[in-house]
Design a protein around this ligand. Structure first.
Ligand SMILES: Cc1cc2nc3c(=O)[nH]c(=O)nc-3n(C[C@H](O)[C@H](O)[C@H](O)COP(=O)(O)O)c2cc1C
Ligand SMILES: O=C(O)C(=O)c1ccccc1
Length: 411
């Protein structure tokens, strides 16, 4: 074989197949390998509205950029002569055994990026072996996405319906559990939309999804339908025109405004018999409240800079929170992760699991299920190689920790 592969035994799954091996053979890929190229290709492929929605962020994009810049302020310190032939990428989080320390962040309305929508993403996640987190704003029902994800690890992201709609929340949680979603991810930072000039300019409002793309979970919910019918004095009709009318009603059920307080997390605990994770935590104070509320995990996130422009980069929040509560619940991370090195840095700062956001959606836009697989495969191959080259033999904290990185002084 004319490759410069070093290992006679088979490569681990994430290094097999076209993403990595074709690269080693020097073959020109059908999908490129860099984040910048994915972004550029997705830009070319997507209609202006979808592109603005995925690529865009809040305000002047300061925090979106700061999330990425924050990674550049840390450098990996390589160690030499450490046996790292097969870095161990497995990790345990929320009591689940995972093959890799990455997961798919919840992203709404996949139908505006590719006709295969959530099906492509759920299938790709299963094939690669990473958790698929389904958004409440999905364009397929809970049951259909679960079927596509089949034997995969799947988590459900809740946009929490307003307090007076607890019966709908209960129904959704019941459906998610019945469909094999193991963990519940409750997003706390998006009860109203941030100021997003890119969407205002194209006239796209994901909260008023009048074209009905992101409302499939509501539209398919029996309690929501009953309630709608009762309010409208009749039966919930199953035709297309109906969707147009009831979609804004669904949006009012879920958004806008925060009607819950920390005490209300009890309600979720009573109605979910698996781990619960709070997404969008940025302060030690809130992390401690999550512990008090009996949560199993938190995701340090500023929603990819899409909500509060000018807020602190997500990465800067990570280490202080890990120091305060890291031994009491699982601290996970998202925002600005683009490469294997980024994953390593977030893990070194104490995250147990790192969520990938925009990159896999660019993959979806470029090539549907294969595109998502390609992007995930590339990030995992990059992670594997960079661990080996840095002398880090596993993603476990005894091997990958703050000794592996140092602060790069800013000019
Ligand atoms: C187009 C888009 C839609 C999103 N929809 C959701 C959502 O429905 N629920 C949620 O919790 N987060 C949502 N997010 C936020 C992501 O889960 C994640 O926090 C963010 O993308 C991470 O930042 P990154 O894109 O820079 O990696 C969305 C992000 C994007 C880009
Ligand atoms: O756009 C988002 O970031 C987001 O989280 C969202 C909110 C409402 C509907 C769909 C996605």
């Amino acid at each position: 074989m004319s490759t410069h592969r070093r290992h006679p035994d088979p490569q681990p799954a994430h290094l097999q197949g076209s993403v990595y091996e074709a690269g080693l053979r020097g073959e020109k890929p059908s999908i490129p390998y860099s984040y910048e190229a994915w972004e550029e290709l997705a830009h070319e492929k997507l209609p202006k509205t979808s592109w603005g929605y995925i690529h865009g962020s809040a305000g002047a994009g300061t925090t979106d950029q700061a999330n990425k810049d924050a990674f550049k302020r840390w450098g990996i310190i390589p160690s030499r002569l450490i046996p790292t032939v097969r870095p161990d990428l497995t990790t345990a989080v929320l009591g689940r055994q995972l093959a890799y320390p990455i997961a798919l962040a919840p992203v709404g309305v996949h139908s505006i990026f590719h006709p295969d929508k959530e099906f492509a993403v759920a299938k790709a996640a299963e094939e690669v072996g990473v958790p698929y987190t389904m958004s409440t704003a999905s364009s397929t029902s809970i049951e259909d996405a679960a079927a596509a994800n089949s034997n995969g690890e799947r988590w459900y992201q809740l946009y929490w319906p307003q307090k007076e709609h607890d019966s709908i929340t209960k129904s959704i949680l019941k459906r998610a559990r019945a469909s094999g979603f193991t963990a519940l991810v409750v997003t706390l930072d998006t009860y109203i939309l941030g100021w997003r000039p890119c969407d205002l300019d194209t006239g796209y409002n994901p909260f008023l999804i009048a074209d009905t793309t992101g409302v499939a979970i509501g539209m398919s919910d029996p309690v929501f339908r009953e309630q709608w019918a009762a309010d409208h004095g009749g039966k919930y009709p199953d035709d297309e025109s109906q969707l147009k009318e009831s979609a804004p009603y669904w949006d009012r059920v879920v958004f806008p405004g925060v009607s819950h307080s920390w005490e209300d997390l009890k309600f979720l605990k009573e109605n979910w018999d698996g781990p619960i994770v709070l997404k969008g935590i940025q302060t030690v104070r809130d992390a401690k409240k999550a512990v008090e509320a009996g949560m199993d995990g938190i995701i340090i996130s500023n929603h990819g800079g899409r909500q509060v422009d000018g807020c602190v980069p997500s990465l800067d929040c990570l280490a202080p929170i890990v120091d305060a509560v890291g031994d009491k619940l699982d601290v996970m991370y998202d925002s600005g992760v683009r490469t294997g090195s980024d994953v390593i840095k977030a893990l070194a700062l104490g995250a147990k699991l790192v969520f990938i956001g925009r990159p896999y959606i660019y993959g979806l836009a470029i090539g549907g299920q294969e595109g998502v697989k390609h992007v995930l495969g590339a990030i995992l191959a990059d992670l594997d190689l960079t661990l080996q080259l840095s002398g880090i033999s596993s993603v476990k904290s005894q091997d990958l920790n703050r000794d592996c990185i140092q602060r790069i002084p800013t000019a």
